[in-house]
Design a protein around this ligand. Sequence first.
Ligand SMILES: CC(C)(COP(=O)(O)OP(=O)(O)OC[C@H]1O[C@@H](n2cnc3c(N)ncnc32)[C@H](O)[C@@H]1OP(=O)(O)O)[C@@H](O)C(=O)NCCC(=O)NCCS
Length: 215
Amino acid sequence: MRNLLTAPRNQHRGVMSSAAAYGRIIARPVDIFANASSQLSPSVLPPVMNIRTASQSDLPDIARIQSECYSDHFVESQESFAAKLAANSDFSFIAEQGNAAVGYVFALPWLFGDVPALNGHQYSIPPNADSLYIHDIAVGRSARQGGLAKRLLHAVLDAARSAGFAQVFLVAVQGASSYWQRHGFEAVPIDDHLRRRLAAYGADATYMTRRTVVP
Ligand SMILES: CC(C)(COP(=O)(O)OP(=O)(O)OC[C@H]1O[C@@H](n2cnc3c(N)ncnc32)[C@H](O)[C@@H]1OP(=O)(O)O)[C@@H](O)C(=O)NCCC(=O)NCCS
């Protein structure tokens, strides 16, 4: 079954402070097991996964998933997630198994070469944002190893392309840089300014980027 995002492609480049700027991104349910399911009897059908846009009502679930996924140092408050959604909610998604949220991705338009504050309580999208910053992808333990993070990544990449962003970037933490390498991200050298900005992200923080369209 095809993905999910129906915003017009490449209408605008740069900051997308409002969904109205390029048409609302609409996340539709996706059955990631569609092909496999057709070969299984109903009694062994795997659970259906949906990916949809995140909203403020998801904050308690996001907090629960986050606490399963990160050491205390990286845990952000619900206020911080609320502030990110208030700044821009067009690139953040929830993965559901049945009616339960089991994973999420948060992303914001930002300037490549910089990084938003960790656990900030107010975010302003830079007016000259040139890239999409993937702040956080997390999948609860019970839902791992099924390609869900990859699905969330591709939801973000589709949304980024639709908004006209040619590049996404992230800060790999908790030793996850090899995961991102497998998905086309490369580490980039950082200057002193960025090194200072990354201090809060831990000693192994790795600044990584990839194109949204791979030739
Ligand atoms: C990283 C994470 C999002 C992956 O979720 P997932 O849905 O299980 O990922 P996928 O199913 O797409 O991929 C699974 C593969 O990635 C590997 N993988 C998972 N976490 C990894 C990590 N931290 N580093 C390297 N590889 C990792 C798995 O071993 C598996 O490999 P395999 O296919 O060879 O068996 C999930 O483990 C998680 O939420 N971790 C805690 C939060 C985190 O570290 N987020 C990233 C911060 S930059």
